[in-house]
Design a protein around this ligand. Structure first.
Ligand SMILES: NC(=O)c1ccc[n+]([C@@H]2O[C@H](COP(=O)([O-])OP(=O)(O)OC[C@H]3O[C@@H](n4cnc5c(N)ncnc54)[C@H](O)[C@@H]3O)[C@@H](O)[C@H]2O)c1
Length: 440
């Protein structure tokens, strides 16, 4: 008899064997209505709570069998949340490699710091699991390419956590833009603002007894433990994080890229700095980036510590064309004519989602998980397959490189590789702790 795992694999890869159209029915017949995709959630402090909500929303088709974190305080808190929200307990692990040995895990979700995203996603693929990896899918452009290649090599699904790709109103209005709603769309403006506090100057302190700092660092070169890195503030340290551009620009630039129907730009320029505070923060808090194409462009403005809103919104994208503009955010969209007059407005249930919850719990994420699960169970096309997500991620990593080098980058538009610029090309890679080099 066909095993549950073989059955899911046949559907997900969608090549030989079963016809996708009849797959949902066959699935229920072969495996019984109770069968679900078994998930392991890795990295449990913040965003993982949105994963839990999404898996709860998709409880008829999924089950959380394993949860993993290197900090037992965070692990225990999440274990209690699983019990409360789902009404059953999950196996807890500190080391994700142990969890990967479990045959009953079908899919992993990765919500760790970013120096772990590609290494964990690749390890998951190598262990035969499907992967939902948070944005950004990688720490640097080279890793993004490796992850796409690993997906192809191991034949499992990889969805990136750019959940706006599953937002129904965004899908609908972008389709209308593609059909000519604002004429020829040529300019996408993306922004994000926040009022983040200073992270101060960290002190070297003893590693908390509950934390496995060795495994937290994993592929990153070893450093003493400081009191202002874990959790969350690793975002602002280059060994682990990728700055606001990847933390939030990834979402809105991705929407612009999708609306304009473009991939890699011809050039990237970026300027800005750490202007609000003087502290350990290693990126800009104020940044402007331009991505130029033939006849089109995307701009990205990120402000981490100055929350003056743009179009009265903390985040969003405006797509401008020859006949008008469309403002798109997580709560809806507005259409303007060429004279700048609003001619249409749509809001999702009049509920604000963009600022409602810092972990980003929302219906888009529920739908993004539903799409991932349907991809596994019935071969449904993913909304943010890794090769699509990776282009937006790489563009913002290139913005970081352009900012750091303080000069324009010229790109090969097919590959996203920097042309004739050895310094920038060298920054496509990172240094690994010895023994943790990434191979696929
Ligand atoms: N899609 C979205 O809208 C969205 C929203 C928020 C965050 N995110 C992304 O989610 C990721 C996590 O962000 P966060 O704010 O939850 O960070 P966080 O620091 O609050 O949580 C990360 C957790 O990962 C754990 N961890 C570190 N190394 C680990 C390892 N080797 N094994 C298991 N656990 C490990 C840490 O102990 C911590 O609990 C980031 O990449 C972020 O960009 C996405």
């Amino acid at each position: 008899m066909i095993s549950r795992r073989q059955f899911l694999d046949t559907l997900a890869v969608g090549t030989a064997g079963l016809a996708v159209a009849s797959s949902a029915k066959s699935y229920a017949q072969i495996l019984g209505a109770n069968d679900r995709v078994n998930f392991a959630v890795i990295g449990l402090n913040g965003r993982a709570y949105a994963h839990l909500s999404a898996l709860k929303a998709n409880a008829a088709k999924s089950r959380v069998t394993h949860i993993v974190d290197v900090d037992s305080r965070i692990l225990n808190r999440y274990a209690a949340a699983v019990q409360k929200e789902l009404g059953y307990s999950a196996t807890t692990d500190k080391d994700f490699r142990k969890m990967l040995e479990a045959k009953d895990v079908d899919a992993i979700t990765v919500a760790t710091p970013e120096h772990w995203h590609t290494p964990m996603a690749v390890a998951g693929l190598q262990a035969g699991k499907h992967v939902y990896v948070e944005k950004p899918c990688s720490h640097n452009p080279h890793e993004g390419e490796l992850l796409v290649a690993a997906r192809d090599k191991y034949g499992k699904l990889v969805q990136m956590g750019s959940q706006q790709r599953s937002s129904p109103h965004t899908i609908a209005v972008i389709k209308r833009i593609h059909e000519g709603l604002i004429g020829r769309a040529y300019y996408g403006r993306a922004w994000y603002v926040n009022n983040r506090k200073s992270i101060g100057v960290g002190k070297v302190v003893p590693v908390p007894a509950e934390l496995d700092w060795e495994l937290w660092q994993g592929p990153a070169p070893r450093r003493p433990y400081k009191d202002n890195v874990h959790p969350y503030n690793w975002h602002w340290f280059k060994l682990y994080g990728t700055g606001e551009s990847l933390n939030n620009g990834t979402h809105e630039v991705d929407v612009c890229r999708w609306a304009l129907g473009v991939d890699y730009p011809k050039t990237v320029t970026a300027s800005g700095g750490r202007y609000q505070f003087t502290d350990d923060w290693q990126f800009y808090d104020t940044l402007n980036t331009s991505f130029e194409y033939d006849g089109k462009m995307i701009s990205w403005e990120g402000k981490s510590c100055q929350a003056m809103r743009v179009y009265d919104r903390e985040r969003g994208s405006v797509i401008m064309g020859t006949d008008g503009s469309v403002l798109i955010d997580r709560d809806g969209f507005e259409v303007y004519n060429q004279a700048g007059k609003k001619v249409e407005e749509y809001r999702v249930n009049s509920v604000k989602t963009s600022s409602a919850d810092l972990t980003g719990r929302d219906s888009m994420t529920d739908l993004h998980f539903a799409n991932f699960i349907a991809g596994i169970q019935t071969g449904e096309k993913l909304h943010a397959p890794i090769e699509v997500g990776n282009i937006s991620v790489t563009m913002l990593q290139l913005s970081n490189i352009a900012w750091e080098l303080n000069h324009e980058l010229k790109l090969d538009q097919k590959t996203g590789h920097v042309l004739n610029d050895p310094k920038a090309s060298a920054m496509r890679f990172r240094e690994y702790e010895k023994g943790w080099e990434l191979k696929i």
